[in-house]
Write a protein that binds this ligand. Structure first.
Ligand code: C2E
Ligand code: CA
Ligand code: CA
Length: 435
């Protein structure tokens, strides 16, 4: 029995006007009924045409319709005779298959891909690929709606992570991560549109090593969730960076940090505020005029501000980075290289990056006192920075012995770490200055 004959046996509801295939409504009706049975298991596969909109855009919608008809027919022809193909959206098909094993699905997907190699309607003008997402029942869901949702998400996540043109199986862990990212993205966009209401800046003290006296702070971003939790930046900054929302958020961060610097300077006139700047922010044309205007409006000396280049990824265009920072340096703002000694921030960074100050990463000083090897590593890293005329702030100092060694044996001049204070809200930090 072919697909068309099979449809005749189903209750009639409108079919897809182009391919004549049964639709998502039919799929839901058929599968929900079958899923009522306790001992049923199998797979829902969603098949998406990766760049089908190009067919419409380049060849026109009439060719698009004809191509779609051929695609539907070719896919239906490679399916086992008892499997029905459904059209669940304009460029997505779905099918379910009781008792299917992943290997069987892989084989059927491979033959389906082959069957689409030469769709006559689009000739060799466009290369259309397909990506499939699969969810299993009852493991991933016990109703059609949930299974479609997870199969479609598996396809989207698979494409984002490893590209399309393949079959992607649903995985709860990847889904949860992806779901969190999408949710955070929505929350952040809304928050930024409302003036960054849920963002907060915490301030962590920075002290002179020689006597432990306060000279400044690093402004560190936090996010306050609807239920009052304070989230650390690493759980949402990657989302801000990926979506470039770090650009508007960055303006808010700079504005708040400079404003707060001015308040703190009423108690400590030379107070210095360090602000993290991500590479994406440097790509914005308006950053320089915004910063210049901001420090002028708040009446803060440029030399009270330090920009730390926080770098999660490798910098490939040093000329660009240096030229962007050069303008800020000319204004009087100091430039710091963050996280020296970890990740990409290696000697190569020191060679390429024109900066005034280095922040030695916490990972370098952890276990410093364990043996001479570690002691020397820290001591000579600091000596190296001093030898090339760079100021240095050691991060992550948590106890007195480490502090004393850095001060007495390594000649460290600036320290930031829990031993002298954790990041804290503005009002709490203010107590340090008032007393
Ligand atoms: P970072 O720039 O290296 O900031 C220092 C981080 O080390 C802070 O984590 C701070 O709480 C932590 N830290 C400082 N001293 C100690 C210590 O003694 N022990 C330990 N265990 N940790 C210490 P936080 O606030 O979670 O920030 C993490 C990262 O998020 C920052 O690392 C920075 O890369 C990024 N970030 C924070 N705020 C901003 C921002 O406004 N803009 C951008 N672009 N990135 C930011
Ligand atoms: Ca930093
Ligand atoms: Ca750092």
């Amino acid at each position: 029995m072919g697909q068309n004959e099979r449809e005749l046996h189903e209750e009639s509801s409108p079919k897809d006007p182009i391919t004549g295939l049964p639709t998502r409504i039919d799929l839901t009706k058929a599968l929900d009924e079958e899923l009522k049975s306790d001992d049923i298991s199998g797979a829902m596969m969603v098949i998406g045409l990766d760049n089908f909109q190009l067919v419409n855009e380049i060849c026109g919608p009439a060719v698009g319709d004809e191509a779609m008809r051929q695609i539907a027919e070719n896919i239906a022809n490679v399916l086992p005779f008892d499997i029905t193909l459904y059209q669940v959206s304009s460029d997505q098909f779905a099918l379910y298959w009781h008792d299917a094993m992943p290997e069987e699905l892989e084989i059927i997907f491979a033959s389906l891909q082959l069957s689409l190699r030469d769709i006559a309607a689009i000739e060799d003008k466009i290369y259309c690929t397909t990506t499939a997402g699969v969810a299993f029942y009852p493991r991933d869901g016990k109703d059609t709606n949930t299974l479609l949702k997870f199969a479609q998400a598996a396809k989207t996540i698979g494409k984002a992570e490893g590209g399309g043109d393949r079959i992607c199986f649903f995985n709860q862990e990847s889904y949860d991560k992806w779901h969190y990212k999408v949710m955070m993205e929505g929350l952040m966009k809304n928050s930024i549109a409302r003036g960054c209401e849920e963002f907060m800046l915490y301030f962590q003290p920075q002290v002179w090593a020689k006597d432990g006296s306060l000279y400044g702070a690093e402004a560190l971003l936090r996010w306050r969730t609807a239920d009052g939790q304070i989230l650390p930046p690493l759980s949402f900054i990657p989302v801000l960076e990926k979506t470039r929302l770090i650009i508007p958020a960055g303006h808010w961060i700079i504005e708040q940090a400079v404003k707060t610097c001015k308040k703190f300077q009423e108690y400590l006139p030379d107070f210095q505020m360090s602000i993290n700047i991500s590479l994406y922010q440097l790509e914005e044309q308006m950053l320089y005029p915004f910063v210049a205007d901001c420090i002028e409006r708040h009446g803060v000396k440029p030399s009270s501000i330090v920009f730390e280049l926080t770098e999660g990824q490798n910098v490939t265009d040093w000329e660009f980075v240096n030229s962007q920072f050069e303008a800020f340096r000319n204004l009087g703002i100091k430039i710091a290289m963050d996280d020296f000694g970890s990740g990409y921030a290696t000697l190569d960074f020191l060679k390429e990056f024109k900066c005034d100050l280095v922040k030695l990463d916490r990972s370098v000083i952890i276990d410093m006192l364990k043996d001479d090897y570690n002691k020397n590593l820290v001591k000579y890293s600091i000596a190296l920075c001093h030898a090339i005329d760079l100021a240095l702030c050691v991060e992550g100092v948590e106890d007195e012995d480490v502090y004393k060694y850095l001060r007495d044996e390594c000649g460290a001049e600036m320290i930031q770490g829990f031993y002298f204070g954790k990041p804290e809200p503005e009002d709490v930090f203010m107590q340090r200055l008032v007393k």
